[in-house]
Design a protein around this ligand. Structure first.
Ligand SMILES: *Cc1c(COP(=O)(O)O)cnc(C)c1O
Length: 240
């Protein structure tokens, strides 16, 4: 990076600052309505398709948590930002053969949805001498096609995570499915969250809420929001 900021970079910083203020405002209004403290809600900036320079600018504006959904994009981006004190969240469908790469930079993996992946992540975490916070992704409409475990599988996955040195059972995650009201979707997620907490009371993370439904997620009790478009702008037609 050049030591002198270009005017493009200043413009982008201003745009990100305006968007961040608007998102923080939405969070604080939703927390107020729900009787919750905004300090209990972590904002994860989902930077997929956007460059490492945006990560730097957002970090300069106070954002510390970043989310990515493809290892091929996330690994080099995390490397380019290795001088910053960031927490990376892997939020996309994860193939077992990417586990050893992901554990090198991700503190959280939100998309743990099957036993084979738990074993691969556990092995990779121990080899890398890393501790990975794992969320069980729940398919709240029971359709596992897009990833996510069905609710009945959650207790067994939670037990498997607790048995795996190097992995920590941290909570649950869901994406509200198209065609289902976000409130209903997040209410179902909270049922799985309760099952997980019954097994491990410290597993308090509820990752729910994207640009379009963060208010519903906060009302339901989300602790972590994954916000892309509202913070960074449109990704274009290529990526969901
Ligand atoms: C892209 C993505 C997000 C962010 O979605 P926006 O609607 O752009 O806020 C959140 N969660 C996951 C799993 C994603 O892939």
């Amino acid at each position: 990076m050049s030591p002198i900021s270009s005017s493009d970079e200043l413009l982008r910083r201003d745009e990100l600052a305006v968007r961040l203020t608007a998102v923080r405002q939405r969070i604080s209004v939703a927390c107020e309505a729900a009787g919750r403290d905004p300090a209990d809600v972590t904002l994860i900036a989902v930077t997929k398709t956007f460059p490492a320079s945006d990560v730097r600018l957002l970090n300069g504006l106070g954002v510390t948590d970043f989310g990515e959904n493809r290892d091929a994009e996330a690994a080099p981006k995390a490397m380019q930002c290795a001088d910053l004190d960031l927490t990376w969240h892997f939020i996309g469908q994860l193939q077992t053969n990417k586990a050893s790469s992901v554990v090198r930079y991700a503190t959280f993996v939100h998309s743990v949805d099957r036993l084979r992946l738990i074993r691969a992540l556990g092995t990779a975490a121990r080899r890398a001498q890393r501790v990975v916070q794992c969320l069980i992704e729940v398919s709240v409409d029971g359709d596992p096609a897009r990833g996510g475990a069905v609710a009945s599988e959650v207790p067994a996955l939670a037990e498997a995570l607790m048995a795996e040195p190097g992995l920590v059972l941290a909570g649950v995650m869901a994406i509200a499915p198209l065609g289902m009201a976000p409130r209903a979707a997040f209410a179902r997620l909270l049922e799985s969250a309760a099952l997980v907490r019954a097994l491990r009371p410290a597993a308090m993370v509820v990752s729910a809420g994207m640009s379009g439904d963060l208010e519903d997620a906060i009302a339901a009790g989300a602790t972590h929001l994954r916000i892309g478009t509202a913070l960074l702008g449109d990704r274009g037609p290529r990526v969901r």
